[in-house]
Ligand binder design. Structure first.
Ligand code: UDP
Length: 319
């Protein structure tokens, strides 16, 4: 297969590139290096089946050529993370909306399959747990910046589904739940790389709110494996799939695990949300995926446990 990965120099995209190369695919990535990094793909340079293009997906001419040459498009290029989106609202709206539109328009010409990366953020602050793909969503007001991320990603999903229903463009949508692992940076707010870095430097570990909010952390290797299998599955076309782990943990307990496994002397510091983000910030108390659909479709099980996952991130930062 000839695969195109948009956002291929990012955290998840670079792991996906590695996996596809291992499977024997030819891999082209396009990345504008806005949040991705050349370091993430430097080790792939020299592989004759790997090619990279440094450009934005908003460049329609370049995208037309790259998509036309591909058999499948994995679309990951997007504004990444709650903190980044809140600091770059207009840029995020443009890349998440227009960028996805360009990918779908171009893929529709020759009907190449599109794997669209979405996010658990689209469920918003729903209290109906675990989150099932077809359940109601609950978002806060448009005046609270956080929700713009969920709105753009939901719009991407709606656009992709419309291309499937009206134009028979094969699309599969994956909603990732707190994906973590080596190469993820804490620069855009993500909690695990931030905690690990703080712990290794013996700096205070910044737990936001009361720390009792929960998340389920998933290894990027499990996510990539699930995505690869979904891309092979005919049954997955036209579908939306949660990809994650259902092992729920509070952020405070995550901080304690990181502290213990690094042997750090860091103190845990509780920081109110309005200081960490901005006044009026809303967080979700719990976020847990329902994994029945993906289990039924590709027999998915998350295989990397939390301790192992935390250790892999510690090793990455130590190196
Ligand atoms: N968080 C935290 N300290 C940090 C960064 C994040 O306590 O230094 C919290 C954040 O408020 C959220 C959780 O950790 O409740 C997960 O945040 P992240 O940005 O990793 O992902 P999200 O679930 O918000 O998409």
């Amino acid at each position: 297969m000839k695969a195109l990965i948009t956002g291929g120099a990012g955290f998840i995209g670079s792991h996906l590139a590695e996996r596809l190369l291992r499977e024997g695919d030819e891999v082209t990535i396009i990345d504008d290096l806005s949040t991705g990094s050349f370091d993430n793909i430097a080790h792939l340079e020299g592989n004759p089946r790997f090619r990279y293009v440094i450009d934005t997906i908003l460049n329609e001419g370049v995208m037309a050529d790259l998509v036309a040459e591909s058999d499948i498009v994995y679309h990951l290029a997007a504004a990444v993370g709650v903190a980044y989106v809140m600091d770059n609202i207009l840029k995020s709206l443009k890349i998440n909306i227009r960028g996805t539109e360009i990918v779908l328009e171009q893929a529709n010409i020759k009907k190449q399959k599109v794997i669209l990366f979405s996010t658990s953020e689209v469920y918003g602050k729903s209290n109906s747990l675990p989150f099932k793909e077809d359940q109601d969503r609950l978002l806060g007001p448009t005046t609270i910046n956080r929700w713009s991320y969920a709105v753009t990603k939901a719009l991407d999903e709606i656009l992709a589904l419309a291309y499937w229903r009206e134009k028979k463009l094969p699309v599969t949508i994956v909603r990732c739940f707190n994906t973590v692992g080596p190469r993820q940076t804490g620069q855009y707010g993500m909690v695990l790389p931030r905690f690990v870095r703080q712990a290794l430097l013996n700096q205070p570990m910044t737990v936001y709110g009361d720390g009792k909010q929960t998340r389920c952390f998933t290894s990027v290797l499990d996510v990539v494996d699930a995505v690869y299998k979904l891309a092979q599955s005919e049954k997955a076309v036209g579908g939306i799939f949660n990809v994650g782990s259902d092992h729920e943990i509070t952020i405070l307990d995550l901080a304690k695990i990181v502290k213990k496994r690094t042997g750090s002397k860091s103190k845990l510091e509780l920081i109110p949300y309005d200081k960490a983000y901005e006044s009026g910030f809303e967080d979700m108390r719990r976020r847990v995926p329902d994994l029945q659909l993906i289990q039924k479709t590709i027999g998915y099980e998350a295989s990397v446990g939390l301790d192992e996952l935390v250790d892999s991130v510690i090793r990455y930062f130590e190196e």
